[in-house]
Design a binder for this molecule. Structure first.
Ligand code: WTA
Length: 654
């Protein structure tokens, strides 16, 4: 608590507030009455949201919480997710509406209407069936941001297969371990992807992972870049096999609790958790939140969420929520700096984007690149701006509002997690007066509190731990293959609450401020990476005896990974600089480039308590160049001086 208290004390009072404009409020999808409506009858409110979807069998109960913390939502209901995201819009007469406005990094464009999307999903669903996939089977998806990635996910949902999307920046080993954990039968991938003006091959990592994955029978490969790849007996070309299928496919309705997907995320131990989401509750909440938080108008908006499908934001706010709401959206394959650092603003101008949903890291990067880049484009089509993934600092919020939003767009700072499935805390753009840097309050239907160590809810002006006080429709249903870990991680600190792992503060007006993780999870550019995962990767290198990893504050990426490494006996004589490079590459190979430490310090000792626990706080202080505080609990206080002295000598930046 004391650490949180310190942060709280440091947090400057933010008194600026921004009301929605009267015009925006008058045309908004919802008004302030929605809070009272949800308050008066929470489950009735959720039932109403669920009935916005097309159910083959109506549900008999809204929530069964008798086996808490394992929830069942919309009990007895049956529906098909892909049908709800695609077919029903075609049947309602919107077949010619563009669903996806795809833009590749080299500049190639492809508009896909809802009718075309339906045909593509049907073909892919038939292909999955012909490859022996049936309901409940797991499929790993390792793909770039191309339309086929969306089609692949929807095809899985259509046949009841459980997808596990693995971010295409993860290493072969990370892919292998996720394939293994879920026992995936099929991998869907592409030959390569366009990144920063060149082709980055994806297939070699898949080949390596699949060679060590006996569960995999086939690999379905999209030809995106035409780069040379090796072809094995399990490989099947998408453009041959999927394209030759029938474009008709009758969807089967699945139980509301049928598993929809697994998405791996970092926890406090080395092994990533397979977060499990199911069908009816998930789709209900992502569609509802997408409608009210972004104020989506399906006939006129052009929506763009810049996330990757490898993360939960891509699942909930590119694929499922938006498509269930009949969105027209931009999908962009590449990086923001190719061919120029104004690529995003160029995309917004050319596609007429009205709603932009992105991450604070990106916003801070654009701030650094300079105002002239957005200023050289017409961004007047924008009307709502969203932020997700990490706390947004007031400066970045104000910049986003003025430079990108022209001081007219409401900003929705949305707090949620892979585990929550959908947005939980956010302003409503036509209702809430926002404060720069605050996610404001729980959405209608969501129970949020800030509690102290004893689990007692705190009042305004106080800071503590963020908890969710009521079950919610899109909540995770468990951790794949490890339900005990699900209970231990989220429901053991206070059994009546979901423990989110975030610190939070309620200001004097009751607005919520998120303060970052309170566990050993780092947030680097909005990506969750556990310190233990990086430590395990480091100690798997033959030169490393011991490693401690911390997240140090970083101006652009929120946190940066800093590792302290003790070498094995006999290794001390090695060239420090080349070893540091080797270790950084080793972590990249083990996990992926996103987990590559920014700095590695080779140290003779690590600060530990007498019982042998590594004092991460002290290491964090060193990494952030702060004054070292109380080191009385150290087994050997002199260690800290040694580490501090080594700080500049063995660090590497790039
Ligand atoms: C952090 C991403 C502050 C938080 C959707 C959470 C945020 C973790 C915000 C989940 C926000 C996400 N303000 N912090 N608006 N949104 N976080 O699972 O620490 O990748 O626990 O889900 O990101 O990250 P995840």
């Amino acid at each position: 608590m004391s650490e949180i208290q310190k942060t709280l004390d440091n947090l400057s009072q933010e008194n600026r507030t921004f009301m929605p404009s009267p015009e925006f409020a008058a045309n908004a999808n919802v008004n302030a009455g929605i809070y009272e409506e949800a308050e008066a009858d929470r489950l009735g409110f959720w039932a109403k949201q669920a009935r916005e979807l097309d159910w083959d069998n109506d549900f008999t109960d809204v929530l069964d919480w008798s086996d808490a913390p394992f929830a069942k939502w919309f009990v007895g209901g049956k529906l098909n997710v892909a049908y709800n995201c695609v077919d029903r819009h075609v049947h309602a007469g919107h077949g010619d509406q563009v669903a996806l406005q795809f833009e590749g990094e080299p500049g190639d464009q492809l508009n896909i209407t809802y009718r075309e999307l339906m045909e593509r999903v049907c073909k892919a669903a038939n292909a999955l069936t012909e490859l022996g996939i049936s309901a409940g089977d797991r499929i790993a998806i390792y793909m770039p941001m191309i339309p086929e990635a969306v089609v692949a996910m929807l095809a899985c949902a259509r046949v009841g297969a459980v997808h596990s999307v693995v971010f295409a920046g993860f290493s072969a080993e990370a892919l292998r371990s996720r394939i293994h954990d879920a026992q995936a039968k099929l991998v869907i991938t592409a030959d390569g992807q366009n990144r920063r003006g060149s082709v980055m091959s994806l297939k070699p990592a898949v080949d390596e992972a699949v060679a060590a994955s006996p569960s995999v029978n086939h690999v379905l490969v999209v030809q995106r870049c035409g780069n040379e790849i090796t072809w094995g007996p399990k490989d099947v070309w998408w453009h041959e096999f999927v394209e030759s299928q029938s474009s008709e496919h009758t969807p089967v309705a699945f139980d509301s609790e049928h598993p929809l997907f697994i998405l791996y995320t970092s926890g406090t131990t080395g092994k990533p958790k397979g977060i499990l989401h199911t069908t009816g509750g998930y789709l209900t909440q992502v569609a509802y939140t997408h409608r009210v938080v972004f104020d989506l108008k399906p006939d006129t908006d052009v929506y763009w969420c810049t996330a990757d499908i490898g993360w939960v934001t891509g699942h909930s706010y590119i694929v499922y929520g938006p498509l269930a709401n009949r969105v027209t959206q931009v999908i962009y394959e590449g990086t923001p700096d190719t061919p120029g650092k104004d690529r995003w603003w160029d995309i917004i101008e050319r596609h007429g984007v009205t709603i932009l949903y992105t991450a604070p890291t990106a916003i801070r990067t654009f701030m650094k690149w300079g105002d002239e880049l957005p200023a050289s484009h017409d961004l007047s089509s924008l009307r709502v701006l969203g932020s997700v993934g990490e706390p947004i600092n007031p400066e970045a919020w104000m910049w986003y509002r003025s430079v990108i939003g022209g001081n007219k767009c409401p900003i929705v700072d949305t707090w949620w997690q892979t585990e929550t499935g959908g947005i939980m805390i956010s302003p409503l753009p036509g209702v809430t007066a926002t404060k720069p840097g605050s996610a404001m309050r729980g959405l209608p239907g969501i129970g949020v509190a800030v509690v102290d160590d004893a689990g007692t809810p705190l009042g305004n002006g106080k800071g503590g731990f963020l908890v969710l006080t009521e079950p919610w429709p899109a909540m995770l249903r468990g951790i794949w293959g490890d339900n005990q870990r699900f209970v231990d991680t989220y429901w053991s600190k206070w059994p009546q609450y979901y423990f989110a792992g975030d610190g939070a503060k309620l200001d004097n007006d009751g607005a919520l401020w998120l303060l970052g993780r309170v566990d050993d999870v780092m947030n680097v550019s909005g990506h969750r990476i556990s310190t233990t995962e990086v430590e395990s990767a480091l100690v798997s290198h033959p030169s490393v005896a011991e490693a401690a990893v911390v997240g140090a504050a970083d101006e652009t990426t929120g946190q940066a990974i800093v590792a302290f490494v003790i070498l094995r006996g006999g290794m001390e004589g090695q060239d420090g600089t080349s070893l540091v490079t080797e270790l950084r590459n080793h972590v990249s190979n083990e996990i992926g480039a996103i987990a590559k430490p920014k700095k590695i310090m080779i140290v003779p000792e690590l600060p530990k308590t007498r019982s042998g626990k590594i004092l991460r706080r002290l290491l964090q202080d060193v990494a952030e160049h702060r004054e070292i505080g109380d080191s009385m609990t150290l087994a050997d206080p002199s260690v800290i001086n040694l580490i501090s002295a080594g700080l500049e000598s063995s660090s590497t930046d790039d």
